[in-house]
Structures are given as structure tokens and as C-alpha cells.
Design a binder for this molecule. Structure first.
Ligand code: LCS
Length: 400
């Protein structure tokens, strides 16, 4: 494959060559736990890192390696690393880059389990953190300490859709020599490539758009060779949250259609966001493609398109939000995102239930906030389902 091939070509061809595999068009799955050495010396040399070659599948597997190479090409990094889940990736990175008495600066708002991990790192391992709104360089710099080792951000932030300016963070991090880790789950490299903006590591919950079909839980990390080698030799190898070759195969397959699927997700979400904004039962819509969205200018700078997720507030309280969700007929009430099916969930009681109420309030996760992962169905069918539920909500509130 030529190096300057376009993204849509790279998702299909990078990381795999049928020449080395009997001409098989689809990559083979290597379901083996271990690899046979021709002799004892080869085993010694491989363990010593003096000779290339597989040893044991927790340390590397050919199918997983194909995926790691493909995602590295797509994100524009040196190397990729695959994990059993997005959280295995997040924890391997944060634990790999910090030690006791270090400090992590984190965006005000992250996925609930990442929030939980930060609490655990603080309470059990004495790794401090601050969660701050990353909108102004002055504010961010005021929070940087001599022991700040990592700036961790999501953009868009789950589930408020707030954005962080990647270039601004990259410049601050360069000034203070801090590593910037970006959770790029909501965008995928098709829409946003943080390494191009001076950030150092990219994380994915590959469970989402990269897999794309709701049938795998997985995580990926991409970065420079030195950092990826460090993670591979420490928190990946010794904690051991590795990806199975079967899951890697599903993700190699999913990636082939990523641009096609993402375009459809983006088209559908744009259509739905406009409809939602006009409905009298909707209090607010949070969508990066909306010109009235607070972070619209950041979206224009760093995202190729505005993505497939929309959050919105329905007029009323928690019960109104739950009643609204309960009246869906086509849309599925489920967490996760990036699947073919449109998924609707209530962050305050589901994905972010582990975040205490006062922290949720600071993050903007109110009880009437609803998150929609707009799927690949006909956009009119998605809207018709939302509309009938919104009309029910409207009738109820009018009769009160
Ligand atoms: N990062 C982000 C931004 C996420 O949204 C998630 C999961 C993770 C990391 C963790 O990935 P996992 O271990 O689940 O592969 N987000 C979920 C969500 O919003 N609904 O269900 C899971």
C-alpha cells in the first residue's frame, strides 16, 4: 500500500497483506496462546528482545498486531496497542504514565468509569487529579504543578458534548513537557486526529464506532514508539488486559466500513439535531454541528464532521426524562454508542451514575439530560420515533 493513500483506502488495506497469508482476502485469526520456538536459544533471544518473533499471546499475537498497525496508520502514530476494553486501555495508560505523588489534569467531564478510575488512583495509589474546564490557557496553566505528568481529555466530552481545543492543549503541554492523552472514542480518526494537533497518545473504546456493530468490547491506544513500548512492557504485559484475536478480527472488519458508517451517522445526527431544536418539549440541544452550540468554533477547527452523538434536555425532571425514554418504540434503551441501532440513555442514572450528584452538576449532567447515539436507520424513522415520544411528553405537560 502506498503511504499517501487516502483514509478510505487505509482503513481497508493497512496492516494486512494477503501475500503473506496464502492470498486470503480476509485476515486470518490466530487463536493460539503460545508460539513454538525452533530451539532454546531462539526462546532466549526472543525473551531478551534481541530477535523478532512471537512468544506468547499476552505479549503479542499476529491478528492483534494487524489491528494495532492499522489503527496506528489511521491515527498517524508510530504504533498501536490493543486492549480487552476501553477501560483496560485508559487504566493501562494512566497507570503506566504515573506513579505515587504524580498529578493528572483532566477535562471537567469524562466517561463515568474514567472518573471512577481517577478516584481509585487517588485513594489507593496516591495519584492526584484535578478536573477542570479546559477552555482558557491561563486557567489550565494555573492548575499545572511540578508533578503534573498527564493531561487527559475527552473531546467531545461524554455526555455533554463540550469540546476541548486540541491545538491549545498541545501547545501548553509542549511548554511544560507534559503528555497529553486524548480519548478519541466519539470521533474516531475519520473525524479527528489528535496527534496532528500536538497531543501524544490517543485512546479508543473500540467497542463503539470502530467495531460499529455492538458485538465486541475492546480498547486501543496509539502513540510514539517509546511510550507504546513502555506500556507494552509494563501495564499491558503485567496487568494483562489484552485483546483476543477474535475481537481483533471483528475490529479489522469493522474498520473497513468506518468512513461509510461515520458519514451516515453524521448525516443522520445533523438531521435529528435540527428537528430536536425546533420541538417545544426540548429545552436545549448539545451537538457540535449546531452553529449555536457553545463550542461550535472548536468543532469547525478540529473535527472533519460533527459526529453521531447528540445530547439534549427534555423539559421537566428525571421522571419526565425516564417516561420519555420509556415511550420509544424503535429506539433502543441502552448504553454504549456507535452502533447501527439508535441508542438512547439517561446519563445521570446510567453511564454517569457512579459520579456523585455534585460532580455531575459541575459537569453539566442534569437529571433531564438525555444522550442519543444516532444509528444508521433511515433518519425519518429515527425522527418519527422521537417525535411520537416528544408529542406524548408535550400532551402530558400540557394537561398538568
Ligand atoms: N471512553 C469513553 C469516551 C467511553 O464512552 C467509554 C465507554 C470508555 C472510554 C470505556 O470503554 P469500554 O471499556 O466500555 O470499551 N462508554 C460507554 C458509554 O457511554 N455507554 O456505555 C459505555
Amino acid at each position: 500500500m502506498k503511504k499517501d493513500n487516502r483514509f478510505e483506502t487505509k482503513v481497508i488495506h493497512s496492516g494486512y497483506s494477503s501475500d503473506q497469508h496464502h492470498g486470503a482476502l480476509a485476515p486470518p485469526i490466530f487463536p493460539t496462546s503460545t508460539f513454538v520456538f525452533p530451539d532454546a536459544e531462539t526462546g532466549e533471544h526472543r525473551f531478551a528482545g534481541e530477535q523478532e518473533g512471537y512468544i506468547y499471546s499476552r505479549l503479542g499475537n499476529p491478528t492483534v498486531k494487524m489491528l494495532e498497525e492499522r489503527i496506528a496508520v489511521l491515527e498517524g502514530g508510530d504504533q498501536g496497542l490493543a486492549f480487552a476494553s476501553g477501560m483496560a486501555a485508559v487504566s493501562a495508560v494512566l497507570m503506566g504514565l504515573t506513579k505515587s505523588e504524580d498529578h493528572i489534569l483532566c477535562s471537567q467531564g469524562v466517561y463515568g468509569c474514567t472518573f471512577g478510575l481517577l478516584q481509585m488512583l487517588r485513594d489507593k495509589y496516591n495519584v492526584e487529579h484535578d478536573l477542570i474546564a479546559m477552555s482558557h490557557p491561563d486557567v489550565i496553566e494555573a492548575y499545572i504543578r511540578p508533578n503534573t505528568k498527564v493531561i487527559f481529555i475527552e473531546t467531545p466530552i461524554n455526555p455533554t458534548m463540550a469540546l476541548v481545543d486540541l491545538k491549545m492543549i498541545g501547545l501548553i503541554a509542549a511548554k511544560y513537557k507534559i503528555k497529553v492523552v486524548v480519548d478519541n472514542t466519539f470521533c474516531t480518526p475519520y473525524l479527528q486526529r489528535p496527534l496532528e494537533h500536538g497531543c501524544h497518545l490517543v485512546i479508543h473504546s473500540a467497542t463503539k464506532y470502530i467495531g460499529g456493530h455492538g458485538d465486541v468490547v475492546a480498547g486501543l491506544v496509539v502513540g510514539d514508539k517509546e511510550t507504546i513500548d513502555l506500556l507494552a512492557a509494563t501495564t499491558q504485559k503485567d496487568i494483562g488486559g489484552i485483546m483476543s484475536p477474535f475481537d481483533a478480527w471483528l475490529l479489522l472488519r469493522g474498520l473497513k466500513t468506518l468512513p461509510v458508517r461515520m458519514d451516515r451517522h453524521c448525516d443522520n445526527a445533523m438531521y435529528i439535531s435540527k428537528k430536536l431544536r425546533k420541538h417545544p418539549s426540548v429545552e436545549a440541544v448539545y451537538f457540535p454541528g449546531d452553529p449555536e452550540f457553545a463550542d461550535y468554533t472548536i468543532a469547525q477547527k478540529q473535527m472533519a464532521r460533527s459526529g453521531g452523538l447528540i445530547s439534549f434536555k427534555i423539559k421537566g425532571d428525571k421522571k419526565d426524562a425516564q417516561n420519555f425514554i420509556n415511550s420509544m418504540k424503535l429506539l433502543k434503551i441502552a448504553v454504549s454508542l456507535g452502533d447501527a441501532e439508535t441508542l438512547i440513555q439517561h446519563p445521570a442514572t446510567m453511564t454517569h451514575a457512579v459520579v456523585p450528584k455534585e460532580a455531575r452538576d459541575r459537569m453539566g449532567i442534569s437529571d433531564n439530560l438525555i444522550r442519543l447515539s444516532v444509528g444508521l436507520e433511515a433518519k425519518e424513522d429515527i425522527w418519527e420515533d422521537l417525535e411520537q415520544a416528544l408529542q406524548q411528553h408535550l400532551r402530558k405537560t400540557e394537561t398538568v
